[in-house]
Design a protein around this ligand. Structure first.
Ligand SMILES: [Zn+2]
Length: 362
């Protein structure tokens, strides 16, 4: 393993001999008594040498083997070191120009996942993951594009009909797609963010693997209210994690992210709302896309939709990267009226049964 001082961390001198790595306190590490030889040695931790080579170099410069061993241990423990080979191998899983685009994403992962090689391992895993987004509106198409840009290997978008003006957003489908098939336009958006030409439709057999995650982002915004829809029940039965996301009126919602058999589901949320308002399921049925009570011009603020799509993509990535996002057993709301975000807790509802026993996959 060739060691590298994480390039994501800034280096600033607190005084003439105290070097601080990083700015955000949580990731900041401070080295004291940094004299000229030590400063030169730190310059050698540039991804071209493994530990034995670094120790040999330290002995040559008179730093001494044992102090250098201790220094490297401290740097590793503080989360300042990465594995340069793992970094190269992770990026090599992505074709150009996407590979270069992903360097800042990998730099971020190297801070979130501390040990040498931990961040690169997460990025490498993303390359093999598959996410299915249902809904190619202002939010769904943007979530798909952001996930694809962030390294999720396969992102598919399912929707019917043709792109309307209200489906467009700077993060998803451009106005030049108006009138085109939504599924085609979304597929091209996913390719575009990776800097590639859209792949021609091939006769290749479809991927039969179940997706690692399904994002439910229906264009009518009903994803904001979760719901015990037929599709959601199928996902629960199949053991497939799924995330609800939507904007309704001036409220954007991310969550719940349902891990079947482990966390509260969308139906739990419907039952919880029904406890507060007995006619809630009746209202929900009427405001859905085909319902008679649907708003004539559904509200969807562009800035709110973009924030919600970004937050949903972040939660999806956290889940796929084995970090529990706050939309598990909860949901997050973003309001267009004050810009505030808040997280609400969701418990498994006793009448739902989704947590009675783990659902067998398949
Ligand atoms: Zn449930």
């Amino acid at each position: 393993m060739r060691l590298l001082l994480k390039p994501a961390l800034s280096r600033s001198w607190r005084d003439s001999e105290t070097l601080q790595f990083g700015t955000v306190r949580r990731y900041a590490g401070v080295l004291e008594h940094v004299d000229r030889p030590l400063r030169d040695f730190l310059g050698l931790i540039d991804g071209t040498r493994d530990r034995p080579a670094l120790l040999a170099a330290a002995e040559r410069t008179g730093l001494g083997r044992e102090p250098t061993e201790a220094l490297l241990d401290t740097l590793e423990r503080t989360g300042l070191l990465d594995d340069a080979d793992a970094t190269r191998e992770a990026l090599a899983r992505f074709p150009q120009p996407h590979r270069d685009q992903l360097e800042p994403d990998l730099a971020s992962l190297s801070l979130v996942h501390s040990g040498p090689g931990a961040g690169p391992a997460v990025l490498a895993r993303r390359a093999g993951q598959r996410v299915e987004v249902r809904g190619a509106g202002r939010i769904g198409a943007a979530v798909a594009a952001v996930l694809a840009a962030g390294g999720t290997g396969t992102v598919t978008v399912a929707d019917a009909g043709r792109v309307g003006p209200g489906d467009c957003s700077p993060a998803g489908l451009p106005p030049s797609d108006i009138g085109r098939l939504r599924a085609t336009a979304a597929r091209e958006a996913v390719h575009r963010v990776r800097g590639r030409r859209p792949a021609p439709r091939t006769r290749r057999a479809p991927d039969r693997r179940p997706p690692d995650l399904v994002v439910l982002a229906p264009r009518d915004g009903s994803g904001a209210f979760a719901g015990g829809t037929y599709a959601a029940k199928q996902l629960l039965r199949g053991g497939i994690p799924h995330l609800y996301v939507g904007v309704v009126e001036e409220l954007g919602v991310v969550g719940p992210l349902v891990v079947p058999g482990v966390s509260a589901c969308g139906h739990c949320l419907v039952l919880a709302r029904e406890d507060e308002d007995a006619v809630w399921p009746r209202l929900l049925a009427q405001i859905a896309e085909e319902g008679p009570g649907r708003a004539r011009t559904p509200a969807c603020d562009t800035a709110l939709a973009t924030a919600v799509a970004g937050l949903a993509a972040l939660h999806a990535q956290l889940h796929l990267d084995d970090v529990r996002p706050p939309s598990v057993d909860g949901w997050c709301e973003v309001s267009a009226s004050d810009g505030m975000t808040r997280r609400l807790r969701l418990r498994g509802h006793p009448d739902c049964g989704c947590l009675w026993q783990p659902m067998p996959p398949g």
